[in-house]
Design a protein around this ligand. Structure first.
Ligand SMILES: [Fe+2]
Ligand SMILES: [Fe+2]
Length: 318
């Protein structure tokens, strides 16, 4: 089953950053196989069979500018609607975890039915992106098994687009995240659209620290609602034994203004600053793994099932 997200019809990449494609880093090991070039169905329904030597699709200028417009429109909706009230309502609702009961692996499989056509760098099934990220980290950090599992589950919150989870619009699920309740930093992508967000004119919310205090810790900061915060809530409320750094990575992996631009550092406490180091490590792999390097799912599955067993109950409430 493929989940079709009706509204909005455009799709968006998970973030707007460029991904450098270093062929020297494309090491094929036991877990990876190179894919056959495949037909990609673009948003407008045309197939574009051409791929380059690295499996990247050539895009013509029209398609490229169309995609750019769609991404910009996505961020416009996102920046207008992500308010303090909205985030509070979403957190309250989803914290109930009354939607679905299933295991982590079942959620991986469910997410696999959600094709994120919007992300031009993610035209593999989602489970491949998750396993690509996890396997790449595993190779470089073999002893940090918690980080392997963190990579596997970091995007599971994208099931929010599924009908069983409220079928949220894309602007409430993916895209860069940012704090609400204080001024929007200039480094946030398409910043100009915040002018249409009512919070932008609220004097309680539009100063540098807004409703927060210096060094209060991100734990106390409301961040725009999406798959990051949702998966954090799911993991925490189901009593995961993953370390705090794992929860931090899951919760803030789309917070590019922080981990890429270094904004909002005044809100961090000492523990956040420690955890941020792991987020920098993780993010390198999250971006890099959006490549055509394939993972043999069945081959690596037993390892990840053992990690799930170690850090999570067999069934979780979602
Ligand atoms: Fe993500
Ligand atoms: Fe990701």
């Amino acid at each position: 089953m493929t989940v079709i997200v009706e509204e909005p019809v455009f799709e968006v990449q998970e973030n707007s950053k460029n991904i450098s494609f270093d062929t020297n880093e494309l090491v094929l090991d036991a877990g990876f196989v190179m894919p056959e070039p495949k037909l990609l169905v673009s948003d407008n329904g045309f197939s574009t069979p051409e791929t380059n030597a690295f499996g990247k699709t050539f895009r013509d200028y029209d398609a490229e500018s169309e995609r750019k417009n769609a991404v910009e429109e996505f961020y416009k909706q996102n920046h207008i609607h992500q308010t303090v009230d909205f985030v509070k309502r979403m957190r309250e609702d989803y914290k109930k975890l009354d939607k679905v009961e299933m295991s982590i692996w079942e959620c991986c499989e469910l997410l696999n039915t959600v094709v994120d056509e919007s992300d031009p760098d993610l035209d593999e099934p989602q489970i491949e992106h998750l396993l690509q990220t996890a396997e790449a980290i595993r190779k470089d950090y073999p002893n940090e098994d918690w980080l392997h599992l963190t990579a596997l589950i970091h995007d599971l919150g994208k099931v929010l687009v599924h009908p069983s989870f409220g079928e949220l619009p894309q602007w409430a699920v993916v895209g860069d995240t940012f704090p609400v309740g204080c001024a929007y930093d200039e480094s946030i992508v398409h910043h100009k659209y915040f002018k249409e967000n009512p919070d932008h004119y609220n004097p309680a919310y539009n100063t540098k620290s807004g409703i927060y205090s210096q060094g209060c810790g991100l734990e106390n900061v409301l961040v725009s609602w999406g798959h990051d915060d949702y998966m954090y809530l799911v993991a925490k409320e189901n009593g995961t034994t993953l370390p705090p750094a794992a929860l931090f990575v899951i919760r803030f992996h789309s917070f590019y203004a922080l981990h890429k631009s270094g904004a909002y550092m005044h809100l961090l406490n000492d523990e956040d600053k420690e955890n941020l180091k792991w987020l920098h490590v993780f993010n390198k792999y999250d971006l890099y793994s959006k490549s055509k390097v394939r993972v043999d799912v069945e081959k690596v599955k037993p390892y990840y099932l053992s990690l799930i067993n170690k850090y999570f109950p067999s069934k979780l409430r979602w």
